[in-house]
Design a binder for this molecule. Structure first.
Ligand code: ZN
Length: 136
């Protein structure tokens, strides 16, 4: 299974970590851990930029975190353009990494502030699936 099913937000499409899509379809947020140095990555990475290791293990994460900042996206690649404008957030996860992800449109924009507790969730979009930041 390839990334043709990865919704409209292709943040990780350049990587070799296609299993992410099937995990998301099962509502699981999975990170990868480098087997050499133990660094955890989300979005998952097939290679570790830190130690150049390429042995990875899939690790479930809760996806809880806090909003660091957010921005409104008006221009996106053609396939995503009909979703604009949307809010893109940067969250610091309890698992220890920072993640860019769209913010659920069920969250009121005026409630967004740094430190707001959010959680990464998978979400279906038509035939695809992607992940977004939602309220905990
Ligand atoms: Zn490593």
């Amino acid at each position: 299974m390839g990334f043709e099913k990865f919704g409209r937000f292709g943040y990780v499409s350049q990587t070799k970590i296609a299993p992410l899509v099937s995990y998301l379809e099962k509502n699981q947020i999975m990170a990868t851990r480098c087997k050499e140095c133990g660094t955890l990555y989300f979005p998952p990475r097939a290679d570790c930029p830190k130690c150049r290791g390429s042995e990875i293990a899939w690790v479930p994460i809760e996806g809880k975190g806090k909003l660091v900042t957010f921005t409104e996206v008006y221009f996106a690649p053609p396939a995503f353009q009909d979703s604009t404008p949307y809010l893109l957030g940067l969250a610091e996860l309890e698992a220890g990494m920072r993640v860019f992800a769209p913010i659920s449109n069920e969250i009121d924009r005026k409630d967004l502030k740094p430190g707001l507790e959010l959680v990464l969730r998978s979400r279906r979009a038509g035939e695809g699936v992607f992940y977004e930041l939602d309220s905990q």
